[in-house]
Design a protein around this ligand. Structure first.
Ligand SMILES: CC(C)(COP(=O)(O)OP(=O)(O)OC[C@H]1O[C@@H](n2cnc3c(N)ncnc32)[C@H](O)[C@@H]1OP(=O)(O)O)[C@@H](O)C(=O)NCCC(=O)NCCS
Length: 172
């Protein structure tokens, strides 16, 4: 059993796509039938040669949204050295139903935090609607900060939820 990066071309990729379909998340991260959306990294939890859990994320700058007040400009947040701060932003995360409550979700989150640290990012962030009770319990058990907020779907429909954030950078 292990958490490993799975990419198109990898022997486990077809099975990973089937897993993404089983947990109803393929539509968020797969395009053209079998390609991972550009820039995403997929971590799979593999048991006896099969993918039974996953987490996808991308690396991005931490950006303050543009407003009229900011003169229509986005602001990239910078560290003390003036360099842009980056984050890993989680797209999808799920464990197949029959394998839940065995610590697999926690292992995937810890692996993603380790990737976040090794990629030199400042924090890991995700958003979750308020109906994801297991995810909330897991994030709280791992000490994630909670920032309540809404998320607008592509059709402009606002959904209530929270951003979960955990820093891996800084020196304190
Ligand atoms: C969220 C999810 C990935 C958790 O996976 P998991 O492998 O079952 O989680 P873990 O076994 O690692 O749980 C770790 C801890 O989280 C908490 N937790 C997890 N599921 C919980 C639940 N249903 N109720 C209460 N606490 C829960 C517990 O503290 C648990 O530790 P414990 O079992 O020692 O008490 C899984 O429930 C899932 O796939 N849900 C559907 C998809 C989803 O909501 N994805 C996230 C938002 S998009």
């Amino acid at each position: 059993m292990s958490v490993e990066r799975i990419e198109p071309g990898n022997a486990l990729w077809p099975d990973c796509i089937n897993h993404l379909k089983r947990v109803n998340m393929a539509r968020w991260v797969i395009e053209h039938g079998s390609e991972l959306i550009e820039g995403l990294i997929c971590l799979g939890y593999v048991r006896e040669g099969k993918v039974i859990g996953h987490l996808t994320f991308k690396v991005q700058d931490i950006v303050c949204p543009a407003t009229e007040w900011s003169g229509g400009e986005e602001l990239i947040v910078r560290g003390a050295d003036g360099q842009p701060l980056t984050e890993t932003y989680v797209y999808t995360f799920a464990v197949e139903e029959k394998y839940r409550r065995r610590g697999i979700g926690r292992d995937l989150q810890l692996a993603a935090l380790d990737w976040t640290r090794r990629l030199g990012c400042y924090q890991m962030r995700s958003w979750s609607s308020t109906d994801k009770e297991a995810n909330y319990a897991l994030k709280v058990s791992l000490g994630f900060a909670i920032h309540p907020g809404t998320y607008e779907t592509a059709s402009g429909y606002p959904v209530s939820g929270v951003y979960f954030v955990k820093t891996v950078g800084g020196d304190w």
